[in-house]
Design a protein around this ligand. Sequence first.
Ligand code: MV4
Length: 587
Amino acid sequence: MLDKILIANRGEIAVRVIRTCREMGIGTVAVYSNLDRDALHVRMADEAYALGGETAAESYLNTEAILGAIEQSGADGVHPGYGFFSENTDFARAITDRGVTFIGPPPEAIEVMGDKISSRLAAEKAGVAGVPGRSEPLTSPEEVTEFGKEHGWPVAIKAAYGGGGRGMKVVASAADAAEAMESAAREAQAYFGRPEIYLERYLAWPRHVEMQVLADRHGNTLWLGERDCSAQRRHQKLVEESPAPDFPDDVRRAMGEAAVKVSEACGYYNAGTVEFLYQDDEFYFLEMNTRLQVEHPVTELVTGLDLVAWQIRIASGEALDFSQEDIARNGHAIEVRINAEDPSGGRFTPSPGTLTSFHQPSGPGVRLDAGYESGDTVSQYYDNLIAKLVVWAPDREAARRRMLRAIAETRITGVATTLPADVAILSHPDFAAAKHSTKWVEESLDLSGLSAETPGAPVQPAGDDEVPTVERDVTAEVDGRRYSVRLWVPDLGPASSSARPAGRPKRAASSSVAGTGSGQVAVPMQGTIVKVLVAVGDVVEVGQTICLLEAMKMENAVAAEKDGVIKELRVTAGDSVGAGDIVAVIE
Ligand code: MV4
């Protein structure tokens, strides 16, 4: 068994791994950037080593610094969490070359599943079909027309070396083929550095159902059950659940067996997830995620298995000590992601900052995997997931109600969170009846009326607005009867009527994606311009998107804040920008 594990990650997933290590009696080593010197994962680990730097590239993606921490700490295993180095084969090989165990799959499996075309071919060879399509790169618009005639319109064009949802174009008819091809190839180049694209039949109303697998290094591969992650927005999952609602047992078994076949075909071991699209009782292979996923706790709650513990045991060379028939799936689990984003008006604007208070939910069937506590700061430089709230109950409706109850107990001040959007989803009749698909949040759910307040949460003053109270005994008369009443009233100080406790500033205004009002369109945070949607001379109106900014792993629309004509454009796609940089001038 591994003796000391370095967690090459931060936030809730680092905390999650540390917890299991502690239960297993394994030592834990945290690494941290300059901004995370006092972060929760650092406070919880047995030892911690500085990586230096602030951005992910300077810190959690700094191979030399992490190799240095491995060396200094004497860790014999590395858990990569998700994101960062979790699917980086150079990193996995670099640590393996030093005799340190990578707690994850073999690099060859990561490579096969790393791009759409090779993973589709691998699945196909294993007898598992993707969405009907062509497994070779698309070269001419005529192929699109031919394919549309054969399979019907619309047709999907996807980036061959893509993943995670970007770069897909939907082509409605032959007339749009050439233009869609061009723009798909351009986006593929911009996002993934390679222009190759390919064709698939387009599914209009699919659900995203993924299958968890666990495989040891002795030839045993098991499927643990599915998760439905259809409630998502712009490829960011918002709510995940297991089992998938309205999902027949025979389809579940077939999907589980298909996931095992795909895993075996690429020589997989450790924990992995095979993603499928599910529509009209059929499922189609989409891709395989060769890491532990964010939403793994829903599977843990229905199976009773600790996936991180099994990752560690498998990496240590242990065999699975149970078989497919032993896996029980009980009840229903739902997870919501609590991100530091302001969902007001359905916009999901990043909302980094300090959690001035964080009251955590509790009670029967509630699990909270948080990366932060009250007083901790969510930085603009990293993923803004604050916590995952996961509930278990005997059935879906009980779990749904339990989740709404747990959300109402949760109070976070200092940053805006996605909780109001989670409430809107969970309390909508379509979700309650499981009539949603991957397009439901974006196309059917109206989030335009959302505010940053969580509906149903008890109203109480924000922590930073609290005023100390003093006790006062007063006499009152109610219906002629005299009462002596003791009150705790705000202590407004001797002279001033609006005194605030010293040294506690009012909450800072949150940054807005619209600009300054002067015609100078500024970006609210550091990031990369992925697309510019206007040209010099274009007439624009308030709210119109000027460009798309990728920051905190999300695309953000940077909008015009006044009507006018674009006089100057200072950026092109691919440019890096800093907070406050002017991207365009409107006159
Ligand atoms: C599709 C599709 C419909 N038809 N492929 C988007 C993410 C990427 N990995 C695959 N995606 C899709 N592929 C065909 N042929 C619809 C989606 C899709 C989607 C899939 C999973 C989860 C969320 C999604 C949201 C929009 C579109």
